[in-house]
Write a protein that binds this ligand. Structure first.
Ligand code: NAI
Length: 732
């Protein structure tokens, strides 16, 4: 289908000749109402005439198009836009094209040469675009073009004034693209090359004649069409060719050593490596730069990767085959009362609540560690710049964002002693715009598994490497039920909340240093996402588990917006059996800061499912206990969906060691140990170990069946329905 601009109002500045005229004609031909702006001066910014604009308006009208002339200078942006509003009632598209030249070698550039060029190109684009902006914002549609030049991108002899103004326009466009994103306002920059009165002085006549303006206009039209999603792009265009430009950055080199002054000699000695573009990256946002600086700080601190030249890696981009399964060096962490209490204070616990005392006072008879503390020992793997050592992950560390977090506890956390964490890359996903790295961390006390964390790390701009989009290993965020929350808890963070929370081991200056925060694009230091996570976790623990850490099983959150210390956190909770869905908002603004979140609790002590785990000995007993819990929570729903009785024979050393019946046919469902009184619809026989492998997702049930590891009697097809009780959770 051809691209139509019917109903759109387009302003083209400097449309009395050259490129602008061509754009105006092309838009007019495709149904747009066109404001043809031109001051009608000479190429150096002198003189004035209405003839140029009038002529183009005539041309458009003679072809049946709609057009009006405007003779104001682009410096009077309001007047130019007013013509569009007065004549056509709206403004959709602004092409900043007007331009003049006053070339001089740099020392001969006068104040006027400098000022005039900047006034027409850069300030003119600002004045016109600002006048149009709020109209575009209100109508939630806008397309803006800034006209730069190769002289701006690369520099050109005799054009200091022009090239600086032209590159300024690229900066303007890049920021407009960011500020316009929410409102469907797109801004792009072109660096055209075409024969015109501006170029006839510098190009031979043949070239002027053959580089037609009509070879540039189609790009401008496409970028301004509602179907085009491009924004913040820079394109060189001419002679029928179009290319896109982007920034490139070398891997770089850290030249500073811990506790040593940084010297110019060190810079000199590493110069070749600093400037080596092997495995270069292509940064495209400011936000990440702060994170790269923080990464450098921690790498200097740990002397990590300073000796190794990151640029020497031979691979470029992301190679999941190399990265997935990679184990990072284990980290250890010793716990003490101080740390446990400091963490509790860090997530807002206070002695003004008597029931908080068990987390704040080591002399309390039930002194315990808050369950969400489980993230603290595991984050060492992340903090030390550990991801940089993973093969096949050649990513731009300035672009890394902590996207989601899952934590599961296998027993209450100790308040003292040493724990060890082992981290590995569980999966790497290709989300198009970026990559998601799933980092699994298991934390042990001796041989005993204490907790499991999954960090979900988003790398902006690292997608498109041809990887899969989703992973069965990802612990998914879940939307809350569609009803008013069952409970709401509000807590105020203090002005010093982040200053306190960071003492638990996240030293990122983003959370305390105003200048670092400003570099990341924040007005003030922001609260740690994991601090809000701690607030929300303890809200659920208090509301639904009587502050008993033993009942806390797991938590999942997605970090969606930052919080400023001093703001109030409002946790909204929905109880669905033992799963508490939640979302956390900043009370003052209503912004959702933790989304898709939930906490899984164990049933109260003494509940039947709880007792089953005591049958121990077999690993599968733990899984059946969890299945029992699920049946308790949502049995009737499962009975409706499944309508079958499953028998299980769990073997050990070739002998039946346990029998279980999952009845999803009668009443609201049940689980009991032992065979079914009647006849099970299907009975599976499997060894304890293989059962666990299947549940963990390491062994495919079909393969297990064909390999003789899983035997089935009865209606085998019913096995598929078991998925509803085993799914979303490999680690039952
Ligand atoms: P052109 O001189 O044919 O067109 C520029 C138009 O802008 C003229 O009609 C002029 O009257 C008008 N204008 C100048 N000052 C104005 C003001 N203050 N208010 C309103 N209108 C004003 O030149 P051309 O080549 O078509 O250039 C268009 C744009 O493309 C310019 O911004 C130029 O810098 C840029 N450009 C052109 C290249 C080329 O190869 N033609 C190369 C790189 C950039």
């Amino acid at each position: 289908m051809s691209l139509s601009f019917e109903g759109r109002v387009v302003l083209v500045t400097g449309a009395g000749g050259g490129l602008g005229r061509e754009y105006a004609l092309a838009f007019g031909e495709r149904g747009a109402s066109v404001v043809v702006n031109d001051l009608g001066g000479d190429t150096k910014g002198g003189g004035k005439s209405s003839a140029a604009a009038d002529k183009v308006v005539e041309e458009i009208r003679s072809k049946g198009g709609k057009a009006v002339a405007n003779y104001d200078s682009v410096e009077d942006g309001d007047k130019v836009i007013q013509t569009a509003l007065d004549t056509f009632g709206r403004i959709d598209i602004v092409i900043n094209n007007a331009g003049i030249l006053r070339d001089r070698s740099f020392p001969r550039t006068s104040d006027l040469d400098w000022d005039l060029i900047h006034r027409v190109h850069l300030r003119g684009s600002f004045m016109v675009t600002r006048a149009a902006w709020n109209h575009m914002k209100e109508q939630k549609f806008g397309r803006i073009i800034l006209t730069s030049s190769a002289a701006g991108i690369y520099g050109n002899f005799g054009q200091a004034n022009y090239s600086s103004a032209k590159l300024g326009m690229l900066g303007l466009s890049n920021t407009l693209a960011i500020e316009g994103r929410k409102y469907n306002i797109h801004s792009n920059t072109i660096a055209p090359i075409a024969g015109s009165r501006l170029t006839e002085e510098v190009m031979p006549p043949d070239l002027v004649a053959s580089l037609k303006a009509e070879y540039v206009a189609p790009l401008v039209l496409w970028l301004c069409h509602q179907q085009c999603a491009e924004s913040g792009g820079l394109f060189e265009v001419g002679a029928g060719w179009i290319g896109k430009l982007r920034w490139e950055r070398s891997q770089g080199r850290i030249v500073r050593h811990k506790e040593q002054p940084m010297s110019p000699e060190a810079v000199r000695d590493k110069w070749d490596e600093i400037c080596d573009f092997t495995d270069a990256t292509h940064p495209n946002t400011t936000q990440g730069s702060l994170l790269s600086i923080v990464d450098v700080l921690s790498r200097v601190e740990t002397e990590d990767d300073i000796a190794a030249n990151p640029a020497s890696s031979t691979s470029s981009g992301i190679n999941p085959a190399e990265a997935v399964g990679f184990k990072l060096p284990p980290t250890t962490c010793s716990l003490s009362n101080t740390q446990v209490i400091l963490y509790a204070l860090g997530v807002g616990m206070s002695t003004k609540d008597p029931d908080h005392l068990r987390f704040l006072y080591e002399g309390h008879p039930d002194f315990s560690c808050l369950p969400s503390f489980g993230v603290v020992p595991s984050q060492a793997a992340m903090m030390g710049g550990g991801l940089a050592s993973v093969p096949g992950l050649n990513i731009d560390f300035t672009q890394v964002l902590h996207g989601e977090q899952y934590l599961e506890l296998y027993k209450p956390l100790p308040t003292s002693g040493s724990v060890r964490s082992e981290a590995s890359i569980a999966d790497v996903l290709d989300k198009g715009s970026g990559a998601v790295i799933l980092l699994d961390v298991h934390t042990y006390s001796g041989k005993e598994l204490l907790c499991y964390n999954q960090f979900s790390v988003f790398v902006v701009g690292a997608g498109g490497f041809g990887g899969k989009r989703s992973s069965e290993k990802a612990m998914a965020a879940l939307p809350p039920p569609n009803r008013a929350p069952d409970a709401v808890m509000i807590d105020t963070t203090t002005r010093d909340q982040a200053a306190l929370y960071r003492l638990s081991g996240d030293w990122n200056p983003l959370h305390i240093d105003p200048s670092f925060a400003a570099m990341g694009g924040f007005q003030a230091p922001i609260l740690h996402g994991l601090c809000s996570f701690g607030f929300a976790a303890r809200h659920v623990l208090k509301q639904f588990a009587n502050n008993d850490p033993a009942r806390f099983k797991a938590i999942k959150v997605r970090f969606s917006k930052p919080v400023t210390p001093g703001q109030s956190l409002q946790t909204e909770m929905w109880k669905e059996g033992n799963r508490i869905h939640m979302q956390c908002k900043v009370k003052e603004t209503g912004a959702v800061v933790l989304s898709g979140a939930y906490v899984d609790l164990h049933g109260p002590p003494g509940s039947p499912a709880e007792n089953l785990t005591k049958e121990a000995g077999l690993q599968s007993a733990v899984v059946f206990a969890e299945i029992g819990r699920r049946i308790q929570d949502m049995g009737s729903e499962l009975v409706k969906k499944v309508d079958a009785v499953f028998g299980w024979e769990i073997t050990r050393d070739g002998k039946t060691a346990a029998q279980w019946t999952i009845d999803l046919k009668n009443g609201s469902g049940s689980l009991h140990e032992g065979p079914h009184a009647g006849k099970a619809d299907v009975t599976f026989t499997v060894s304890d170990e293989d059962f666990i492998e299947v549940v963990k997702g390491n062994l495919n049930p079909q393969k297990a069946f064909f390999a003789g590891k899983l035997k089935a009697r009865g209606n085998i097809m019913l096995g598929q329905k078991l998925e509803v009780i085993l799914k979303d959770h490999a680690k039952l």
